[in-house]
Each structure stands twice: as structure tokens, then as C-alpha cells.
Design a protein around this ligand. Structure first.
Ligand code: BES
Ligand code: ZN
Ligand code: ZN
Length: 503
């Protein structure tokens, strides 16, 4: 894990393997961002000019490495773009700082220690830079030969210059960033783990171990307990696999908590589509179909580590969706945990089946709100693209609040409706409801299905993270290839706002 220190040392005097500075666009000119004054002095005040000569513009995502002049204790200076410089009197956008710090950390893969001399005008800036740097310092190498390791080792130590180690707010910001990013990286690791190893039982075992480590109560229902309890949705999805399903409850309680937030995660450890098999080209990345459960798990542990004064109960609905002689067929009817019957028209619409049981079960505990997180539909990816998750809810104010929280923590999201007219497309001649409806608006149809399994009077929101959960393009900012940890920051901030009574 990457270490984080706050340092009052000057940029010129701190020993490090690289010194990170920020640069921005100001009109047509490039300017050096605050925090790097001492570095600029070591360049005789010509750092901006030197960087322009090298072709730097200050654009977001840009990273320019140059040898340090005499007078600096680090051998290398790395200038990262922050985009447009803010207007007078305004600070840099937190997400611009987070992404620039992430770009710097990624560029410095294989480096031991980097000092970050980016603009810090308060604890929020320090937190954003720490988050970006720590999230950028990530590689998934568990299945690669350690011999070719060193050059790919993530940046090992981040020193934040300009952050004050004796300032309460700065210290708290650093501690929160460290805990939060470690858990986001834990979620990424789980998502990236190959599905032959991360079975439902293996995922449940990871949750149990984390529960022990952080004093959380973890209960696991195995396939026998699920059958006894009548969890027809989870069982129906998992019954075709050699790796049986699990339902995990992981609970964090705080002695002063006045509210309880329930989080429900889709945990399909591999989605082949089942008997409605996905065609080649659509299943290569389907190990990511447990990203919702990974996000919920990470958020519960992070909330516990941060000590948020709220109760957070995580529900991980874990199953592997495989075709076989024992698999659920299109046409089968499942009796769900709620008692409702569902005609399975397409076994690839499995996420809503496992979530339905978990939502009913979570509702039995009467939480103040339930938020489910799922890589639920390809339709949501078509609607919002690869970087934005959709938010649906049975309460407009709650949906808006979550959208605003996501924006605040630097996660792209958009509110989506639950149009009642789409419900009739799921009418079934045989059962209470079918697991598929109209193709058009498929993401919203899935949301409407889930809504039927939320307990009366409980505030509920649904995050469809099918787009941003798994990143197939080139890395950018603090976002690596593969599992991203999408929604964790939003969920943890939501827990904090729930504790404050603000949502
Ligand atoms: N896991 C998929 C959704 C998905 C697609 C996640 C792309 C990540 C990236 C889900 O189980 C699924 O297959 N949904 C179907 C539903 C349809 C059969 C009603 C879909 O979206 O096509
Ligand atoms: Zn599917
Ligand atoms: Zn799926």
C-alpha cells in the first residue's frame, strides 16, 4: 500500500525521487500553479517558459518530465496539467486536482517517493490530491511473475507539501483519503480477480476476513440456507454453476448512530448470460459483474474505518450465472424471497433476480434508506456512456441528493426516471412479473423491476454502474484499466451525509 505523509518541508529541501508541480492554462500562456514557487525559483523563474519549450500547455491529462536543476533535492520534476487556471480569488477544482495527482502517480510508476507540490488552499484540496495520488498508485499484478515487477510497482510513497501535519482538518483529510482509497483499491482488486478464483464462496470468505479485521458483523447464507429461506431469485441464478451462490450481510454499527443505511450490491462473479448465453465479444469482461457488491463491501469497510456515526448494512448478492443442465431456463418461474413469482424470459437479466431477493431481505430490517449498486444493463451504457452511472429512485429529492453528492466527490452520474408506463411490458401470462420488458429504455425497465421488491415506505435509490465500473480504454487521471471502484466515494459520502441528517 502506498504511504502518505504530510510535510511542511519546502519543495527545494525535501528528499524525494520526483517532485510534482501543477501547471495550468491562462489564456494562451502556461502558468505554474501555486505550491511550486520554490521549484520555479530553482529554474530561475523560468519553469513555465521551459515547459512551453517542451510543448506543455497545461491541459488536463498532460504530464511533462524534466531533469531538476541544481538546488532541488529531487532529481526529476514532473509537471502535470490542471486545465484552465481559476479566476482570481477562486481555487482549483477538486476533481482537476484529483485527476492531475492521479496522472502524476501513474506516470511515476516504478518510482519510490514523490513529493507533491500542487496548490493546496485548504483541507479539501489536500484530500483531493491525496485521493488522486493514492488511487493513481495502483496496479493489479497478483497473477504476474514478480520478476518483472519493479518497473510496474506503483508509486510507494506520497508526500504532500503544503499540507499541515499538525492541522486537525488536514490530518483528518489525510486519514480519510488513506482509508477510502485503500478500500476503493480493495474493490478494484476484487473486480480484477479472475472469476475462476473469485467465486461466490471466495468473495464471502474475503468479507468474513475483513469483518474480523475491522470488527464488523458478517453473516453468510450458503446455498442450503438460501434454499431453506426461500431465496428463489439468488438460487435460480446460481443453480447452473458448480460454484454455489451466497448472500452476505456485513454490518457496521456506531454507538451514536441515529440512522441506518442499507446498501445492496449485485455480485455476479461471472455473467455468461446463462442459457440465454452472451455472444462472443460480450462476455470477455463479465468478471466485472460483481462490481456493485465490491463497491458496497468497500463502502461499508471504509465507513467503519472512518468511523462515520451511522449504521451501514451491506448486502452482497453473490452468484455465478452459467449455462448447464441444471441451469434456469427461459420460461422457468422462480418463487422469490418476497413470495412473488417471476417468469424468467431471459437468463441474462439475472442481476435484477439476485437483487430482488436482497432488497426484500434488506427491507425486513426497516432501514432509513436502501441504495442498490449494480452493473445492471447494457442499456444504461448506451444511454450514458462509459464514465457515467445512472441514478433512479422512488424519491426525487433523494435521487437529486445522490447526484449532487456524486458530483461533489468527482463521480459522474445522471438522474434517470422510472416511467410507470414501462411496467406493463413486464406483465407475464404465467407469473406475477417477467424479468424482461420492452427493449427500449431497458435500464429503466430494470429499475422498475427492482422497485417492486423494495419494502413499503422505504426510501430507495438504484445506481446502474454498468458503464463506469470497468474501464477498457487507456488509463486517465486516477482511473486505471479494469476495475475502477465506481460508486464507493459516492456511497461513503452518502453515509456521512446520512449521519449529519442532511439526506
Ligand atoms: N451484466 C449485464 C449488464 C452489463 C452490460 C454490465 C455491459 C456491464 C457491461 C446484465 O446482466 C445483462 O446482461 N443485462 C441485459 C438485460 C437484458 C437481457 C434485458 C442487457 O443489458 O442486455
Ligand atoms: Zn446478464
Ligand atoms: Zn449481469
Amino acid at each position: 500500500m502506498t504511504a502518505l505523509t504530510l510535510s511542511t518541508a519546502g519543495a527545494a529541501t525535501l528528499r524525494a525521487d520526483a517532485l510534482v508541480v501543477g501547471v495550468a492554462k491562462s489564456g494562451k500562456a502556461l502558468v505554474v500553479a501555486p505550491g511550486a514557487e520554490a521549484v520555479d525559483q530553482a529554474f530561475d523563474g523560468k519553469l513555465a517558459a521551459v515547459l512551453e519549450t517542451l510543448g506543455a500547455s497545461g491541459a488536463e491529462g498532460e504530464a511533462t518530465k524534466l531533469p531538476a536543476p541544481a538546488g532541488l533535492k529531487a532529481p526529476v520534476v514532473l509537471a502535470v496539467g490542471l486545465g484552465s487556471a481559476p479566476e482570481d480569488g477562486e481555487g482549483y477544482d477538486a476533481e482537476a486536482l484529483r485527476r492531475a495527482a492521479g496522472t502524476a502517480a501513474r506516470t511515476l510508476t516504478g518510482t519510490k517517493k514523490a513529493a507533491f507540490a500542487l496548490p493546496i488552499s485548504g483541507a479539501e484540496d489536500a484530500e483531493a490530491i491525496a485521493e488522486g495520488a493514492l488511487l493513481g498508485a495502483y496496479a493489479y499484478t497478483a497473477y504476474q511473475d514478480s520478476k518483472n515487477g519493479d518497473a510496474r510497482k506503483p508509486l510507494a510513497e506520497v508526500a504532500l507539501l503544503g499540507a499541515k501535519p499538525r492541522d486537525k482538518a488536514h490530518k483528518a483529510a489525510a486519514e480519510r483519503a488513506q482509508a477510502l482509497t485503500e478500500e476503493i483499491k480493495r474493490a478494484r482488486d476484487l473486480i480484477n480477480m479472475p472469476p475462476n478464483d473469485l467465486t461466490p464462496a471466495a468473495f464471502a470468505a474475503v468479507a468474513q476476513a475483513a469483518g474480523k479485521e475491522h470488527g464488523l458483523k458478517v453473516q453468510v447464507l450458503d446455498e442450503k440456507a438460501l434454499a431453506k429461506g426461500g431465496y428463489g431469485g439468488i438460487l435460480g441464478v446460481g443453480v447452473g454453476s458448480e460454484n454455489p451462490p451466497r448472500l452476505v450481510r456485513i454490518a457496521y454499527t456506531h454507538p451514536e448512530a441515529e440512522k441506518t443505511l442499507a446498501l445492496v450490491g449485485k455480485g455476479i462473479t461471472y455473467d455468461s448470460g446463462g442459457i440465454s448465453l452472451k455472444p462472443a465479444g460480450h462476455n470477455e469482461t463479465m468478471k466485472c459483474d460483481m462490481s456493485g457488491a465490491a463497491a458496497v463491501f468497500a463502502a461499508v469497510v471504509a465507513a467503519a474505518r472512518i468511523g462515520v456515526p451511522v449504521n451501514v448494512t451491506g448486502w452482497l448478492a453473490l452468484a455465478e450465472n452459467m449455462p448447464s443442465g441444471s441451469a434456469t431456463r427461459p420460461g422457468d418461474v422462480l418463487r422469490m424471497y418476497s413470495g412473488k413469482t417471476v417468469e424468467v424470459l431471459n437468463t441474462d437479466a439475472e442481476g435484477r433476480l439476485v437483487l430482488a431477493d436482497a432488497l426484500t431481505r434488506a427491507s425486513e430490517e426497516h432501514p432509513d434508506a436502501i441504495v442498490d449498486v449494480a452493473t445492471l444493463t447494457g442499456a444504461m451504457v448506451l444511454a450514458l456512456g462509459n464514465r457515467t452511472f445512472g441514478i433512479m429512485a422512488n424519491d426525487d429529492a433523494y435521487r437529486t441528493a445522490i447526484h449532487e453528492i456524486a458530483e461533489e466527490v468527482g463521480e459522474q452520474s445522471w438522474p434517470m426516471p422510472l416511467p410507470a408506463d414501462l411496467r406493463k411490458g413486464m406483465d407475464s401470462p404465467t407469473a406475477d412479473i417477467a424479468n424482461m420488458g420492452e427493449r427500449m429504455g431497458g435500464g429503466l425497465v430494470a429499475g422498475l423491476f427492482l422497485q417492486e421488491f423494495v419494502g413499503e415506505g422505504i426510501t430507495w435509490a438504484h445506481l446502474d454502474i454498468a458503464g463506469p465500473a470497468f474501464h477498457e480504454g487507456a488509463p486517465y487521471g486516477y482511473t486505471p484499466k479494469g476495475g475502477t471502484g465506481s460508486a464507493v466515494r459516492t456511497l461513503v459520502k452518502l453515509a456521512e451525509r446520512t449521519a449529519d441528517g442532511e439526506v
